[in-house]
Design a protein around this ligand. Structure first.
Ligand code: MLT
Length: 227
């Protein structure tokens, strides 16, 4: 892997029909944070889970911010492209197809930026408590990519108008956006897990209908960790 390498964890797929997941943690998290969530929502998927390379008072993040909800957009762009390079390298190294991102909070925001800046890097995304990452995003061609956006009605960090704007931005770029507002705050709830699991199941079923060979079972492989 090149200099773009992030500290990360990789777990191989146990079912060829399940899409690989790119797990992107929130501020202060690491590569282990969302592995449990990934296994709950798609038990057979390969899991690729990098640690954000920016430190804010020692807490890992995926890009710099000036203050809560105000982003250093130059850094957002640079870091999103770096993450795209990492995904491309990891796809080669581990032999996986373009992953579906599963991002929470800061991880959801970098996933949204990656979708807008480098749409081919991802097959789709589950964005948990995401907000608009760039005030002047480029025109992206998301060409029917499936995106599940789950927002919290009482989220003190992401306003209802901001998440609605993100949903509109992604839809206008051609994505198939499913936006749901849950009776929750910024933290995740059981409803996030259930809705994400059902949504991934649907994505898998559609892929299997398009290519029936993809549902073949794989052997169980050991866990890899890499720095
Ligand atoms: C961000 O900085 O990406 C958002 O404010 C979410 C957070 O990390 O608190």
């Amino acid at each position: 892997m090149t200099e773009s390498a992030f500290i990360h964890r990789f777990e191989p797929a146990t079912s060829a029909g399940s899409p690989p997941l790119l797990l992107l943690h929130g501020t202060g998290g690491d590569e282990n944070d969302l592995v449990g969530l990934g296994k709950m929502i798609s038990p057979g998927s390969a899991l690729l889970s990098p640690r954000g390379r920016v430190l804010e008072h020692g807490m890992p993040r995926f890009f710099r911010r000036l203050t809560e909800g105000v982003f250093d957009e130059e850094d957002v762009r640079r870091r999103a492209l770096e993450l795209g390079d990492f995904v491309a390298d990891a796809r080669q190294q581990y032999g996986i197809t373009a992953p579906v991102a599963v991002g929470f909070s800061n991880g959801a925001n970098i996933a949204a930026a990656l979708l807008l800046l480098k749409p081919d890097a991802l097959a789709g995304a589950i964005l948990l408590r995401a907000m608009v990452p760039l005030s002047d995003p480029p025109k992206a061609a998301l060409d029917g990519k499936p995106i599940l956006l789950l927002s919290g009605q009482a989220d003190p960090i992401v306003s209802a108008s901001n998440s609605a704007r993100l949903a509109a931005l992604l839809s206008e770029a051609g994505a198939r956006v499913d936006h749901k507002v849950l009776p929750a705050g910024h933290q995740l709830s059981q409803a996030d897990v259930t809705l994400s699991r059902d949504w991934i199941g649907d994505v898998e079923a559609k892929a299997a209908a398009a290519d029936p060979r993809s549902s073949k079972k794989l052997e169980n492989n050991p866990i890899h960790s890499s720095r």
